[in-house]
Design a protein around this ligand. Structure first.
Ligand code: ADP
Ligand code: ZN
Length: 215
Protein backbone atom coordinates (compact mmCIF):
# COMPACT_ATOMS: atom_id res chain seq x y z
CA UNK A 1 0.00 0.00 0.00
CA UNK A 2 1.41 3.39 -1.00
CA UNK A 3 -0.33 6.57 0.07
CA UNK A 4 0.23 10.29 -0.38
CA UNK A 5 -1.26 12.47 2.39
CA UNK A 6 -2.00 16.07 1.45
CA UNK A 7 -3.17 18.89 3.67
CA UNK A 8 -2.22 22.25 5.15
CA UNK A 9 0.20 22.45 8.06
CA UNK A 10 -1.87 21.42 11.05
CA UNK A 11 -4.31 19.35 9.00
CA UNK A 12 -3.32 16.27 10.97
CA UNK A 13 -1.08 14.51 8.47
CA UNK A 14 1.31 13.23 11.11
CA UNK A 15 -1.44 11.89 13.36
CA UNK A 16 -3.34 10.17 10.56
CA UNK A 17 -0.13 8.81 9.04
CA UNK A 18 0.77 7.10 12.31
CA UNK A 19 -2.67 5.46 12.51
CA UNK A 20 -2.37 4.19 8.92
CA UNK A 21 1.12 2.88 9.63
CA UNK A 22 -0.27 0.67 12.40
CA UNK A 23 -3.22 -0.52 10.41
CA UNK A 24 -1.36 -1.45 7.23
CA UNK A 25 2.14 -2.26 8.54
CA UNK A 26 3.69 0.29 6.23
CA UNK A 27 6.24 3.03 7.03
CA UNK A 28 5.67 6.75 7.41
CA UNK A 29 7.94 8.93 5.30
CA UNK A 30 7.77 12.44 6.70
CA UNK A 31 10.17 14.79 4.94
CA UNK A 32 9.72 17.21 7.87
CA UNK A 33 10.84 14.55 10.39
CA UNK A 34 13.75 13.44 8.20
CA UNK A 35 14.88 17.06 7.81
CA UNK A 36 14.62 17.80 11.54
CA UNK A 37 16.70 14.71 12.24
CA UNK A 38 19.31 15.84 9.69
CA UNK A 39 19.45 19.28 11.32
CA UNK A 40 19.95 17.70 14.73
CA UNK A 41 22.71 15.45 13.43
CA UNK A 42 24.37 18.35 11.64
CA UNK A 43 24.62 16.54 8.29
CA UNK A 44 25.23 18.41 5.01
CA UNK A 45 21.53 18.18 4.21
CA UNK A 46 20.65 19.46 7.66
CA UNK A 47 22.98 22.43 7.32
CA UNK A 48 21.47 23.39 3.98
CA UNK A 49 17.89 22.91 5.14
CA UNK A 50 17.81 24.56 8.55
CA UNK A 51 17.60 28.21 7.51
CA UNK A 52 14.65 27.51 5.21
CA UNK A 53 12.90 25.51 7.89
CA UNK A 54 13.31 28.03 10.68
CA UNK A 55 11.90 30.73 8.42
CA UNK A 56 8.90 28.51 7.63
CA UNK A 57 9.97 28.34 3.97
CA UNK A 58 10.20 25.31 1.73
CA UNK A 59 13.48 23.46 1.41
CA UNK A 60 14.66 23.33 -2.27
CA UNK A 61 13.15 20.53 -4.37
CA UNK A 62 16.55 18.92 -5.21
CA UNK A 63 17.30 18.34 -1.53
CA UNK A 64 13.86 16.86 -0.94
CA UNK A 65 14.06 14.54 -3.95
CA UNK A 66 17.48 13.32 -2.80
CA UNK A 67 15.97 12.43 0.57
CA UNK A 68 13.00 10.63 -0.98
CA UNK A 69 15.05 8.66 -3.48
CA UNK A 70 17.32 7.40 -0.75
CA UNK A 71 14.45 6.66 1.64
CA UNK A 72 12.23 4.57 -0.64
CA UNK A 73 15.20 2.31 -1.44
CA UNK A 74 15.34 1.07 2.14
CA UNK A 75 14.11 -2.49 2.79
CA UNK A 76 11.47 -1.37 5.30
CA UNK A 77 9.57 0.24 2.41
CA UNK A 78 8.85 -3.12 0.80
CA UNK A 79 5.32 -3.40 2.22
CA UNK A 80 4.54 0.17 1.31
CA UNK A 81 4.78 3.68 2.67
CA UNK A 82 2.87 6.79 3.36
CA UNK A 83 4.19 10.18 2.32
CA UNK A 84 3.46 12.81 4.92
CA UNK A 85 4.42 16.34 3.90
CA UNK A 86 5.63 15.29 0.47
CA UNK A 87 5.17 16.25 -2.32
CA UNK A 88 4.84 19.92 -1.43
CA UNK A 89 5.25 21.53 -4.85
CA UNK A 90 4.24 20.67 -8.42
CA UNK A 91 7.89 20.07 -9.44
CA UNK A 92 8.20 17.58 -6.54
CA UNK A 93 5.04 15.80 -7.71
CA UNK A 94 6.40 15.60 -11.25
CA UNK A 95 9.76 14.33 -10.05
CA UNK A 96 8.00 11.75 -7.88
CA UNK A 97 6.02 10.49 -10.84
CA UNK A 98 9.22 9.90 -12.79
CA UNK A 99 10.94 8.27 -9.84
CA UNK A 100 8.05 5.85 -9.23
CA UNK A 101 7.70 5.01 -12.91
CA UNK A 102 11.40 4.14 -13.04
CA UNK A 103 10.88 1.77 -10.12
CA UNK A 104 7.65 0.34 -11.46
CA UNK A 105 5.77 1.57 -8.41
CA UNK A 106 2.26 3.01 -8.27
CA UNK A 107 0.39 5.04 -5.66
CA UNK A 108 -2.80 3.47 -4.27
CA UNK A 109 -4.35 6.58 -2.79
CA UNK A 110 -3.88 10.33 -2.70
CA UNK A 111 -5.72 11.59 0.37
CA UNK A 112 -6.40 15.26 1.01
CA UNK A 113 -7.11 16.15 4.65
CA UNK A 114 -9.47 19.13 4.69
CA UNK A 115 -9.66 21.54 7.62
CA UNK A 116 -10.98 25.13 7.89
CA UNK A 117 -8.23 27.74 8.26
CA UNK A 118 -9.17 28.91 11.77
CA UNK A 119 -8.95 25.34 13.06
CA UNK A 120 -5.52 24.95 11.49
CA UNK A 121 -4.24 28.10 13.21
CA UNK A 122 -5.49 27.02 16.61
CA UNK A 123 -4.03 23.53 16.20
CA UNK A 124 -0.58 24.76 15.20
CA UNK A 125 -0.19 27.08 18.17
CA UNK A 126 -1.44 24.43 20.60
CA UNK A 127 0.75 21.62 19.32
CA UNK A 128 3.47 20.11 21.50
CA UNK A 129 6.00 17.59 20.19
CA UNK A 130 8.04 15.03 22.08
CA UNK A 131 11.68 16.19 22.18
CA UNK A 132 12.98 12.62 21.89
CA UNK A 133 14.01 12.26 18.21
CA UNK A 134 13.16 8.54 18.27
CA UNK A 135 9.62 9.23 19.49
CA UNK A 136 8.37 12.58 18.18
CA UNK A 137 4.85 11.91 19.48
CA UNK A 138 2.51 14.82 18.89
CA UNK A 139 0.09 16.25 21.46
CA UNK A 140 -2.38 19.10 21.57
CA UNK A 141 -2.86 21.04 24.78
CA UNK A 142 -6.63 21.25 24.17
CA UNK A 143 -7.69 18.14 22.30
CA UNK A 144 -4.98 15.58 23.03
CA UNK A 145 -3.14 16.60 26.19
CA UNK A 146 -0.55 14.28 27.71
CA UNK A 147 -1.46 12.70 31.04
CA UNK A 148 1.23 14.75 32.80
CA UNK A 149 1.66 18.33 31.60
CA UNK A 150 4.75 18.80 29.43
CA UNK A 151 5.76 15.12 29.53
CA UNK A 152 5.42 12.51 26.77
CA UNK A 153 3.07 9.62 27.68
CA UNK A 154 5.01 7.21 25.50
CA UNK A 155 8.61 7.81 26.51
CA UNK A 156 8.66 10.29 29.40
CA UNK A 157 10.69 12.93 27.54
CA UNK A 158 9.96 16.65 27.66
CA UNK A 159 7.37 18.07 25.27
CA UNK A 160 8.40 21.16 23.33
CA UNK A 161 7.03 23.67 20.85
CA UNK A 162 8.85 23.44 17.53
CA UNK A 163 10.98 26.42 16.38
CA UNK A 164 8.75 26.82 13.35
CA UNK A 165 5.62 26.96 15.51
CA UNK A 166 6.02 30.55 16.58
CA UNK A 167 3.15 32.78 15.43
CA UNK A 168 5.36 34.43 12.80
CA UNK A 169 6.75 31.23 11.28
CA UNK A 170 3.25 29.75 11.23
CA UNK A 171 1.97 32.67 9.15
CA UNK A 172 4.78 32.15 6.63
CA UNK A 173 4.15 28.39 6.53
CA UNK A 174 0.47 28.89 5.81
CA UNK A 175 1.17 31.47 3.10
CA UNK A 176 3.72 29.08 1.56
CA UNK A 177 1.15 26.29 1.68
CA UNK A 178 -1.48 28.33 -0.17
CA UNK A 179 1.01 29.50 -2.77
CA UNK A 180 3.04 26.34 -3.45
CA UNK A 181 1.20 23.29 -2.15
CA UNK A 182 -2.51 24.03 -2.59
CA UNK A 183 -2.06 23.94 -6.42
CA UNK A 184 -1.15 20.26 -6.00
CA UNK A 185 -4.78 19.53 -5.24
CA UNK A 186 -5.78 20.59 -8.75
CA UNK A 187 -2.83 18.63 -10.08
CA UNK A 188 -4.03 15.43 -8.39
CA UNK A 189 -7.81 15.95 -8.50
CA UNK A 190 -8.29 14.19 -11.82
CA UNK A 191 -6.32 11.16 -10.62
CA UNK A 192 -8.68 8.25 -9.95
CA UNK A 193 -7.02 7.46 -6.62
CA UNK A 194 -7.57 10.99 -5.25
CA UNK A 195 -10.13 11.69 -2.54
CA UNK A 196 -10.68 14.30 0.17
CA UNK A 197 -11.80 13.75 3.76
CA UNK A 198 -12.73 16.18 6.48
CA UNK A 199 -10.04 16.10 9.18
CA UNK A 200 -11.67 17.34 12.37
CA UNK A 201 -11.70 14.25 14.59
CA UNK A 202 -8.75 11.92 14.03
CA UNK A 203 -10.60 8.63 14.64
CA UNK A 204 -13.43 9.57 12.26
CA UNK A 205 -11.00 10.72 9.60
CA UNK A 206 -9.03 7.50 9.91
CA UNK A 207 -12.18 5.33 9.71
CA UNK A 208 -13.31 7.19 6.61
CA UNK A 209 -9.94 6.71 4.90
CA UNK A 210 -9.88 2.98 5.70
CA UNK A 211 -13.42 2.65 4.32
CA UNK A 212 -12.44 4.44 1.12
CA UNK A 213 -9.32 2.30 0.72
CA UNK A 214 -11.52 -0.76 1.02
CA UNK A 215 -8.78 -2.98 2.43
P1 ADP B 1 4.24 21.03 8.63
O1 ADP B 1 3.70 20.89 9.99
O2 ADP B 1 4.41 22.45 8.16
O3 ADP B 1 3.59 20.14 7.63
P2 ADP B 1 6.68 19.48 8.36
O4 ADP B 1 7.15 18.84 9.59
O5 ADP B 1 6.07 18.66 7.30
O6 ADP B 1 5.75 20.66 8.81
O7 ADP B 1 7.87 20.31 7.70
C1 ADP B 1 8.62 21.25 8.42
C2 ADP B 1 9.47 22.08 7.46
O8 ADP B 1 10.34 21.21 6.72
C3 ADP B 1 8.69 22.82 6.39
O9 ADP B 1 8.23 24.06 6.85
C4 ADP B 1 9.73 22.95 5.29
O10 ADP B 1 10.67 23.97 5.57
C5 ADP B 1 10.45 21.64 5.36
N1 ADP B 1 9.85 20.61 4.47
C6 ADP B 1 9.26 19.44 4.86
N2 ADP B 1 8.83 18.73 3.80
C7 ADP B 1 9.15 19.46 2.70
C8 ADP B 1 8.97 19.28 1.30
N3 ADP B 1 8.37 18.18 0.79
N4 ADP B 1 9.41 20.27 0.47
C9 ADP B 1 10.03 21.37 0.95
N5 ADP B 1 10.23 21.60 2.24
C10 ADP B 1 9.80 20.67 3.13
ZN1 ZN C 1 8.06 10.64 23.49
Amino acid sequence: MRIILLGAPGAGKGTIAKMLVEKYGIVQISTGDILRQAVKEGTETGKKASEYMNAGKLVPDEIIMGIIEERIEKPDCAKGFIFDGFPRTIPQAEALEKLLAAKDMTIDAIVNLEVPEDVVLKRLTSRRTCSNPDCQAIYNIYTMPPEKEGICDKCGSKLVQRDDETEEAIKVRLATYYEKTQPLIDYYKSNKTYFAVSSLIAQETFDEIVKRLGK
